[in-house]
Design a protein around this ligand. Structure first.
Ligand code: KG4
Ligand code: ZN
Length: 345
């Protein structure tokens, strides 16, 4: 297909983001302009994302961010080939803001609109950053999602595993809260774990050995609570040891669950000579878990692909890219009556 310039909009959680991405004739991607505004400060006092505050913050910021992304890209709205806006899954207030803005631009400019599934954005990012070809496996670990997905083609995905209770990022956030560490919990737990003893507590590793590829993390949180209660008053070294032991339990769980997925991929796609595992989501920032996944991939002969952190976490470049992929694949644009979906597997 000819070169495509796509405007992407992301507002499904607590990041307001706009981006312009180019897909060239060969199918290679390049980010021309990319801006992300985190609402972390608005929500941190509440220890989590407050949907109403998020929606209002998106309204206030989005127009300016879109103008900024276009400016940085050196592209006018008239030169855009299509608009891609996240339409789910996520917080409904934010989704309405982003999707309605996308519709308004599509209406005003007469350009096609793609209503993008946020998870599809994460799933296709490795094609933007690394030009990866189908099929490959993706592990998405964020505050809202824990999924192992087989990416077969544009619009062609199989969910192999998901969490049956808490998302992995949620487990980090809840554990941090229990231990009196700041929000968001992931970075705080990782920092505390550095000086901790990972052998001190033998925390549960739910579903390890199970033939399904699902995850479960709520039992781990309960075990952390019990460990903390048994130690009252909890000293700083106790917190460090709990965090280190918590990360070790998660590393072992991922090794078992994802390892099983890698084996299944090799069995199902024996002809793929360079199998790959891509990781995405905020938890992918965690160095211990990254190292675990890298070692696992090395052991199974997989390439391990971790896109740059700013493209692992929520951003609009991945949404623009998903729109570009859909357009290039000849998939139809969405009508302006398309509705946002808070749930969208
Ligand atoms: O992808 P993300 O920025 O937002 C969505 O949830 O969509 O992920 C945020 C999650 C939070 O739960 C946060 O605690 C977790 O990612 N996280 C981490 C680390 N950095 C962020 N978890 C573990 N270790 C980290 N270094
Ligand atoms: Zn996300």
């Amino acid at each position: 297909s000819p070169p495509l310039r796509i405007l992407g909009i992301e507002t499904s959680c607590d990041e307001t983001a706009a981006s312009v991405v180019l897909r060239d004739e060969e199918g290679a991607g390049r980010i021309l302009g990319d801006v992300v505004l985190s609402q972390l400060e608005e929500h941190s006092a509440y220890g989590g994302v407050v949907p109403e505050i998020a929606a209002r913050a998106h309204v206030e910021a989005l127009d300016t961010l879109i103008a900024e992304a276009l400016l940085r890209a050196g592209v006018t709205l008239e030169e855009i080939d299509a608009i891609a806006a996240t339409s789910g899954p996520g917080l409904i207030g934010g989704l309405i803001v982003g999707l309605m803005t996308g519709k308004a631009i599509a209406r005003a400019t007469g350009k096609p609109l793609y209503a993008v599934n946020h998870l599809e954005g994460h799933a296709l990012t490795a094609r933007l950053t690394d030009g990866l070809s189908f099929p490959y496996l993706m592990l998405l670990v964020s505050g809202g999602h824990t999924q192992l997905i087989l990416v077969k083609g544009v619009g062609d995905y199989e969910r192999w595993g998901t969490t049956i209770d808490d998302a992995l990022g949620e487990a980090f956030d809840k554990t941090a809260k229990l231990l009196g560490l700041p929000y968001p919990g992931g970075p705080a737990v990782e920092r505390a774990a550095r000086t901790g003893n990972p052998e001190r507590f033998d925390f549960p590793r739910p579903l390890v050995g199970d033939a399904r590829l699902d995850f479960s993390f709520s039992g781990l949180k309960t075990a952390v609570r019990q460990a903390a209660q048994s130690l009252e008053p909890v000293e700083e070294q106790d917190i460090a040891d709990i965090c280190a032991s918590f990360q070790r339990a998660i590393a072992r769980t991922l090794k078992d669950r994802v390892g099983r997925g890698l084996k299944r991929f090799k069995a199902d796609y024996a002809s793929v000579d360079q199998p790959a595992l891509v990781v995405a989501g905020g938890v992918a920032a965690n160095q211990t878990l990254r190292a675990t996944l890298q070692a696992l991939c090395d052991a199974h002969g997989f390439r391990f692909i971790a896109p740059p952190l700013e493209l692992c976490t929520d951003n609009a470049a991945m949404i623009a890219w998903a729109g570009a992929e859909r357009l290039a694949a000849g998939l139809p644009a969405d009508g302006l009556d398309v509705a946002p979906r808070s749930r969208w597997p």
